[in-house]
Design a protein around this ligand. Sequence first.
Ligand code: TRP
Length: 387
Amino acid sequence: MVITKNNVTPWLVEGIVDYEKLIEEFGVKHLSEDNLKFLKDLSAKKNIPFHLFLKRNLYFSHRDFDKVIESFKKNENIFLYTGRSPGGSMHIGHLVSFLFTKYLQDVFDCNLYIQIPDDEKFLFKKDLNLETIEEMTQKDLLNIAAIGFNPDKTFIFRNSEYIRNMYPLYLKTAKKILLSQTSAIFGFNNQSNIGMINYPALQIVPTFFEKGQCLIPCAIDQDPYFRLQRDIANSLGYKKNSTILSKFIPPLTGTEGKMSATNANKAILLDDCAKEIKNKINKYAFSGGQPTIEEHRKLGGNTKIDVCYQWLYYLFEEDDKAIEKIKNDYEKGILLTGELKKILIDKLTLFIENHQKNKQKVIDENLLEKYMYKGKLAIKMWNEKFL
Ligand code: TRP
């Protein structure tokens, strides 16, 4: 089901992604200097560091982010919405949008809705059964809750469970979407099962959980859903959503496509131990270094294709001077591939260990219960009628 010229759909990201072409094809915009300055100033005001993902242009584009700024300046309601479909093990790349969402919740101090569509992958993937998805869902919930969202202002919900409350909004949404529209956007055809055809309505529904301005931080492959929302929002009495969109973190094995948890070698999973991290990076991380030390010293490495460098740049080395030095030293052959890998291994190990501790905290403090059922926002949402 390849429907874009760039091989990027909500289900598949292939080859080297040409982000400029995507921007053009999807009709989104680069984050402007003004957009970034707004977030920088707001962060400073809240005493929160300007986020690495913005500094390094990982979040690089948007649709109607200016509307968010406008709403904020007028003191109007803004809320955040993001999500994750269970269906495989979570890896480092999957945390990007949640880490960034936490930052946005901190700076905007607003409500956040996290959808867990425990129906999506079941419908879209032939070989996945509901039992496996149930297992994955339990793990994902823990990983997501470990990010540390504001428990009073965050609602995490599973479609299979919350569907009863969403149903009126779902009905209104579904009635507005024609088969011709979803087929044109998602490439559905006569061979698509009818659950798939219906799914986009379910991913759109949470954009209507509040009347204010919805901001969705996500990877750019999710854009088609939210483009469709914009066609129907006003007629239902809601605002068109805004999105802030990221690039993909390259898989371990090379700078093409995106990381996939189905190939465990291509990703660092959130439950990998220190030894696995070390082995995977040393064995599989695609290197821009030269085949021998002599050649490397002479010619230097290529940071554009070196996955360790890319991961440090986008995810782990916050210090601008430090990353600049790594780049220079690697390109001049002063820094060897093994040494670069070691820098990443140390950072990654620390990050994963910290994440494990946060997961334990979620368990010890029963936080999941709060996000899903007993928090202020959760209680409000379970009582909501949406009629
Ligand atoms: N479709 C997303 C996935 O495959 C899950 C999702 C649901 C989502 N709602 C969202 C992602 C809102 C971003 C924003 O994981």
